[in-house]
Design a protein around this ligand. Structure first.
Ligand code: AQP
Length: 312
């Protein structure tokens, strides 16, 4: 069994990414599981190349410093030739009708209208299928919003296998164990997100402890805001929100406790990531080894797929 999970460097990785995903990846990862920085996915909407490159490096440093074994992590763009080639073959396996049914594209293109969005946003589920199928992943832990994309990857794997020859494992979407859902500190009705423009309510994983303190001190404390602070504290301490709700006399004490817990929770990962980022040669090594591992895992599958599809 191989599971694959990605994180898109569309901004600085934030507390929700850590408590909801990265921390669990580091704790539960089984042999053979793969984790990757999906930087090619961040190109589907407007972005700055320099910033994307530095965010991809930062995200890689965070995953490794969080405790995910180095030999299971890679940066997607290091395999652009392999993934790009497979994406083309899969695009030629996918029908326009199938791609058009992806509800996430409909939602994401609504504000701009389909005429203004990039074709890459439309075909992104096929890129995701290439990520999964290249590595022979059998399970893809995803939330409900991504389940349809895994269905597409299954359909493409099956169709390729029956049309050209048996190359790909047919992956299954699996529901990850329940984890904290962290909401924005300043606007607690929406989830905390790394691409949110206003960073006042978003705790970045490499934020200085003073910045974390300031953001939490200014957190909104309406009903949703307090519930969010309790959820964060519960995720950091392992206690229940009910137990914590009765333990703090007022919002000031609660914020103080949340600040301490978050700073302590992030400290080892933050220090490790900053040390790696300060030592580019070491981080280069980690990145190159990851790319090598992922390339080697996928090369026979890619070669077979290209050969059978008549593309080599
Ligand atoms: N607020 C959150 N609370 C708990 N878990 C979260 N995750 C994201 N935000 C929260 C989890 O982090 C993992 C990696 O996220 P992703 O890169 O796949 O994209 P995302 O879910 O869209 O994360 P963001 O930060 O909100 O990014 P943008 O701003 O680009 O959309 C996933 O497992 C996700 O559930």
């Amino acid at each position: 069994m191989t599971r694959i999970s990605g994180i898109t460097p569309s901004g600085h990785a934030q507390l929700g990414n850590y408590l909801g995903a990265i921390r669990r990846w580091a704790a539960d990862g089984a042999d053979g599981d793969l984790y990757f920085v999906s930087d090619l996915h961040a190109m589907t909407t407007a972005y700055h190349p320099q910033r994307l490159r530095s965010l991809a490096r930062e995200t890689l440093a965070i995953l490794v410093a969080a405790g995910i074994p180095q030999d299971r992590v890679f940066v997607q763009s290091d395999l652009i030739r392999e993934i790009g080639a497979l994406t083309w073959v899969l695009e030629c396996t996918c029908t326009y009708g199938e791609a058009s049914r992806m509800t996430q594209f409909k939602e994401k293109s609504r504000s701009k209208g389909v005429q203004g969005v990039r074709v890459g946003l439309f075909t992104y589920p096929v890129l995701m299928a290439a990520d999964i199928l290249l590595q022979g992943a059998t399970e893809v832990p995803v939330g409900a919003d991504q389940a349809q994309h895994v269905e597409l990857a299954r359909a493409l794997a099956r169709r390729f296998n029956t049309t050209y020859g048996d190359v790909f494992a047919v992956p299954e979407a699996v529901t990850p164990p329940a984890a904290a859902r962290v909401r924005d500190l300043a606007k607690p009705t929406r989830k905390m997100s790394k691409s949110t423009r206003d960073s006042a309510g978003v705790v970045a994983l490499l934020d200085d402890p003073d910045v974390v303190r300031r953001k939490i001190r200014r957190a909104v404390t309406d009903e949703d805001g307090v519930a969010n602070l309790l959820e964060i504290l519960a995720a950091c301490t392992g206690k229940s929100t009910d137990e914590l709700a009765s333990a703090y006399a007022g919002n000031e004490a609660l914020k103080e406790a949340v600040t301490e817990a978050v700073v302590e929770q992030l400290r080892p990962m933050r220090e490790g990531a900053l040390a790696l980022l300060a030592d580019p040669a070491s981080l280069d090594q980690v990145q190159a080894a990851g790319a090598d591992m992922a390339r080697r895992r996928g090369e026979h599958r890619l070669a077979a797929a290209l050969r059978m599809a008549g593309a080599s």
